[in-house]
Design a protein around this ligand. Structure first.
Ligand SMILES: *[C@@H]1O[C@H](CO)[C@@H](O)[C@H](O)[C@H]1NC(C)=O
Ligand SMILES: *[C@@H]1O[C@H](CO)[C@@H](O)[C@H](O)[C@H]1NC(C)=O
Ligand SMILES: *[C@@H]1O[C@H](CO)[C@@H](O)[C@H](O)[C@H]1NC(C)=O
Length: 554
């Protein structure tokens, strides 16, 4: 009985001793493994911890040793040479003749000093707000935005022009000016008198005062003996031989095979700095894609970073184009201030919108048959079983133009409001159950019972071949005859306008349009495709995040 008792006692001591030894080794190992000073060669985490330790303990000597072994996350980009910088600017500022200037600089053209009309160096131009070139005259200041070669066959007498787009602080001016047209391989500019000022505004619309910038298109005729050459750039000068402070690259982008696509959509300068309309924008871009818009041309004044992300995404897919835009001269371009200005100076806002609309027309007139100007809350919706804009235009051509050699230059679509207050969500109907709540247009399928009056708030599809100048709702000047647009019957198509409230000059009409609404489910023709495409884009852009994610993390 005694032996097992002694054994038990020893056993107990032995067990305790083993525990102590094992425990000590374990703890020691732990310290060895995790002691940062013994682990300098370890992963980034431990190095970061090391740096933290050294910083807090003030051991800067050791810190330097560790820091020297770290990788510095700076941009490895190297300094660029002259030509590389020129390429870089060209991608951001379309209307500087940089390439031409660079070549002139290299061949030393400036030294030739022609007698009349010196080629102004880019450094001598008066550039304002990045995208405008200023020319002062004896009567008014010119803010020039773009220049385009117009050799459309529809021009009267087959005359070719350089069209210059810009703003002048004079109403309906006729001041004589000269266009100095530069060609590659030619020492001297070809100088022609400016033929015409096209005022792209109507005085009675408002803000038509000298001293306020007004939108214009200027036409410089191309001499017949120079039609075999493509002009490179143009300057506008009051004195024939003066050195101008402007020099605009002449845009001429005809597709190589001369094949036109069908539809370009132009969107005026976006001013959505404080509003994230990303989801609305995605649904709109996708719906226009389904309807057959080949590309959407956006102008960007100031937008929310999320909307930029959306536009960049579609730009990579080649479905949109984005041009950065500013207001000219001393007008505000400070984020926020610009937004206040545009919301409180409505006429100046409208006058400025003329510039992107016409730039979009002239940039695209050789690439597309049709140009249409839309806001991101508007859709030209084909009715009945018409499934695309192409089908719609084929139907219209047959019905309206009867194969006429001179079809209408534009077709206008009646405005009808889909107001937020018309919305009656119904999650039980089998029709709507499968529509995501955040797809605005698919959700809003009630519209005002009455259409806006004919010509009121309409939008057009224009034949690019026929238009000289455009404003938001109509063409102002056309080639080959009258500019009258054909009004499309509401049985065939309508302009769906998604707004929170109605806009007309007559309050009684608005009350009527707000109060009386009817269902309109034309958009359901595209329902499945639109849901699929929108969700795909929303997902790929990272807009869809499980709600539970916010509660999982401690
Ligand atoms: C300057 O231009 C404006 C607008 O065209 C015109 O009304 C005015 O008479 C001109 N002034 C002079 C001095 O020519
Ligand atoms: C609303 O306007 C339409 C067209 O102007 C008219 O026919 C209708 O009677 C109006 N409804 C009311 C209740 O005023
Ligand atoms: C949109 O903007 C918000 C606020 O800046 C940001 O938290 C969110 O991540 C953005 N969404 C996407 C998809 O980038």
């Amino acid at each position: 009985m005694l032996v097992p008792k002694v054994n038990l006692k020893y056993l107990f001591v032995l067990i305790v001793w083993i525990f102590v030894v094992v425990g000590t080794v374990y703890v020691f190992n732990f310290i060895v493994i995790y002691d940062p000073s013994v682990y300098v060669g370890g992963g980034d985490r431990s190095k970061t911890a090391l740096i933290r330790d050294y910083l807090s303990s003030g051991q800067y000597n050791q810190l330097v040793d560790v820091a020297n072994e770290l990788e510095l996350l700076v941009d490895p980009m190297r300094e660029r040479d002259f030509n590389e910088v020129v390429r870089d600017i060209e991608t951001k500022v379309p209307f500087l003749p940089l390439d031409f200037w660079a070549r002139q600089t290299l061949i030393g053209r400036k030294k030739m000093k022609p007698q009349c009309g010196k080629f102004p160096s880019i450094f001598e131009l008066e550039i304002s707000n990045d995208f405008w070139q200023t020319q002062r005259s004896s009567n008014g200041t010119y803010q020039l935005f773009g220049a385009y070669l117009d050799n459309r066959k529809s021009n009267a007498n087959d005359q070719w022009y350089i069209r210059i787009l810009g703003m002048i602080d004079r109403v309906d001016t006729h001041l004589p000016m000269f266009c100095q047209i530069w060609y590659d391989q030619q020492e001297k500019p070809v100088i022609v008198p400016l033929e015409q000022y096209h005022y792209i505004w109507i005085k009675s619309w408002g803000n038509a005062f000298n001293g306020e910038y007004q939108p214009y298109l200027l036409s410089c005729p191309i001499p017949w003996d120079h039609r075999h050459l493509v002009p490179v750039s143009v300057s506008l000068a009051e004195e024939q031989c003066a050195t101008a402070t402007n020099n605009l690259k002449v845009m001429y982008s005809r597709p190589l095979d001369n094949k036109k696509k069908l539809f370009a959509v132009c969107v005026k300068g976006l001013d959505f700095l404080y509003q994230d309309l990303s989801v609305r924008l995605i649904e709109w871009i996708e719906l226009l894609g389904i309807l057959g818009a080949d590309k959407i041309y956006f102008y960007d004044l100031q937008i929310h970073p999320n909307m930029s992300k959306v536009l960049q995404y579609y730009k990579r897919l080649d479905r949109v184009d984005v041009t950065k835009l500013t207001l000219p001269a001393g007008k505000p371009n400070i984020p926020g201030l610009q937004h206040l200005f545009l919301s409180q100076r409505l006429y100046q806002k409208r006058q400025n919108e003329i510039i992107p609309y016409n730039d979009c027309l002239y940039k695209n007139m050789y690439k597309y048959h049709y140009i249409t100007l839309l806001d991101i809350d508007e859709v030209i919706m084909p009715k009945r079983d018409i499934k695309s804009w192409q089908e719609l235009m084929e139907m219209i051509s047959e019905k309206v133009d009867h194969g006429s050699p001179l079809p209408f230059p534009s077709y206008n679509f009646r405005n009808v409001y889909f107001l937020d207050s018309h919305h009656r969500p119904d999650r039980t109907s089998p029709d709507t159950r499968d529509i995501p709540e955040f797809l605005h247009m698919l959700q809003h399928t009630n519209r005002a019972a009455v259409y806006s009056a004919p010509n009121e708030h309409v939008k057009c599809i224009h034949r690019a071949e026929r238009i000289v100048t455009l404003h938001n709702h109509f063409a102002m000047e056309c080639l080959q005859g009258s500019c009258a647009a054909n009004e499309i019957e509401v049985e065939d198509a309508q302009l769906q306008h998604y707004r929170s409230d109605c806009v007309t000059t007559v309050q009684r009409k608005c009350d009527n349009m707000t109060e009386f609404y009817v269902p309109d489910k034309n958009i359901y023709k595209f329902k499945d495709e639109l849901i699929k495409r929108s969700l795909k884009a929303l997902h790929q852009l990272g807009f869809l995040k499980p709600k539970s994610d916010t509660t999982i993390s401690p």
